[in-house]
Design a protein around this ligand. Structure first.
Ligand code: ZN
Length: 476
């Protein structure tokens, strides 16, 4: 027992240029301030404060969650730990502002993070491990995170420079549905003046609480048509290519990233239109949840598109990469775009199917390189391009009568679709049917039967090994 006090970093720091620079500056200030203090020792991977319960600061910013100690008891008092915590906190707040969440049990305040996450992360950098891999996730055991977090996986917080945002309260596994909302209102695409009137009349039929939720959303287009500005800033299309958009109380608070960690999709199931958000990679407690508002592409096109459509300059981790890395990313994204177009060409698919199939494979490799899962080797985050590419590969082989490979591609499209949209999404269900019966696809055999095979004719992966299986699958 005893009284704890400290501060947490919320949201936790990312790998972007600004966070990296600010953390380096903060660490230099701390080192300078305590250069002559024997109780503060700079080790290989962290700074050790030999006071109280030894609060520590990792040298790698994203590993930092909390700086704290008990401030009651003999050792705490003799070493004056409370003074250290308050000084370091002032320095941190000077650089990171409202991201520094100060708490003291004296005032019945508590930290943002679960103690188990704090201890796991500390253990990582004490042992010199630079990894960030989460060791415990929501759903892993019964009392985590419900005991501490009341089952709420996320929190809405002020994010410095970005307005409100949605932040993970605990580690969340890839493929988890974190949010699901029906829209406050749905509107069609129309000019601002007409839209403003339509929104005004729709607002009248909402409850007081819903009106407040709508009006408190951010507006990047202030001016005469404020309601239309809110819709333009926040609405998400109700399905891919839809001409209608929905506005949501919490989903609309999720900020944009060009390399997002969540995927949004419209789900019409059971006649209840709703928007779902799934994590497309593992997310650590304190990370901000992000989705992509646009169709991607190289940075120049992306940034211009975001500015025109949503009125902001993108400063996401990808856009703030140093120039050489950004150029490399742009080159990959151009390749991704051109492969995507190549695959969609019906003449190639008909006359040179092997070339289409190999383009699918090259696209997969490019996606793994451009959107790597930070915690799993040689795997891409499950962005929506992945299920689409497997579905394209399915169409290529099935159009030439190859049901065996068709079934494998449909299985992969299905797993990827479940991760980004959930089992109940209509698109997931559609590809699940194809997985069971590849021949039920309308184009089966449409371009000929030179690749003809039965749906059960796959080699046994266990017997032939993974490499040979992949060679067979992609006809390499
Ligand atoms: Zn960006």
């Amino acid at each position: 027992m005893g009284i704890d006090e400290g501060f947490d970093m919320v949201p936790r720091l990312g790998l972007g240029a600004e966070d990296t620079h600010n953390w380096a500056l903060f660490i230099e200030l701390v080192k300078g301030l305590y250069a002559d203090d024997d109780l503060v020792e700079v080790k290989d991977h962290f700074i050790d404060f030999k006071v109280g319960e030894h609060p520590t600061l990792p040298l790698h910013g994203p590993q930092f969650l909390r700086f704290s100690s008990k401030i009651s008891g003999r050792i705490a008092c003799e070493t004056g730990v409370e003074r250290y915590i308050r000084t370091v906190r002032r320095l941190a707040a000077g650089i990171f502002g409202s991201r520094i969440h100060f708490w003291t049990e004296l005032a019945e305040q508590f930290g943002f993070y679960d103690w188990r996450d704090v201890h796991d992360t500390q253990k990582n950098f004490w042992e010199g491990n630079s990894g960030l891999a989460a060791t415990r996730f929501a759903n892993d055991d019964d009392d985590y995170p419900s005991k501490i977090l009341n089952d709420r996986l996320y929190e809405i917080l002020e994010i410095p420079g970005r307005g409100r945002g949605v932040v993970a309260r605990c580690n969340i596994k890839r493929g988890t549905r974190v949010l699901c909302e029906t829209p406050l209102l749905v509107v069609a695409n129309m000019n601002p003046e007409v839209l403003n009137g339509v929104v005004a009349s729709k607002l009248r039929s909402l409850s007081k609480e819903q009106q407040v939720q709508f009006l408190s959303l951010h507006n990047n287009f202030p001016g005469r048509h404020a309601f239309a500005g809110i819709v333009r800033t926040n609405a998400l299309p109700c399905g891919s290519g839809a001409q209608t958009g929905g506005v949501y109380p919490e989903i609309c608070l999720i900020n944009h990233s060009c390399r997002p960690n969540c995927h949004n999709s419209w789900n019409e199931t059971a006649d209840v239109g709703r928007e779902t958000i799934h994590t497309i990679r593992d997310i650590l407690a304190g990370e901000e949840l992000t989705i992509s508002y646009d169709k991607g592409g190289p940075s120049e096109i992306r940034q211009a598109g975001l500015k025109a459509a949503f009125g902001f300059d993108c400063t996401c981790d990808l856009c703030s990469l140093p120039a050489p890395e950004l150029q490399a990313s742009d080159a990959r994204l151009r390749l991704i775009q051109s492969l995507d177009e190549q695959i969609g060409d019906p003449m190639t698919m008909m006359n040179r199917p092997l070339s289409s199939l190999h383009a699918c494979r090259r696209l997969l490799d490019a996606l793994r390189e451009e959107f790597p899962d930070p915690y799993v080797d040689r795997v891409a985050i499950s962005i929506a391009l992945i299920p689409r590419l497997y579905y394209d590969a399915f169409q290529v082989v099935v159009a030439h009568g190859d049901q065996a490979r068709g079934r494998v591609f449909a299985e992969r499209a299905y797993s990827a679709r479940v991760e980004c949209e959930g089992e109940d999404s209509p698109a997931t269900q559609q590809v699940k049917r194809l997985m069971q019966e590849p021949a039920s696809h309308k184009s089966c055999g449409a371009y000929g039967t030179k690749w003809r095979s039965s749906k059960t004719a796959q080699p046994n992966k266990e017997t032939v090994g993974e490499e040979a299986f992949e060679k067979w699958l992609w006809r390499l």
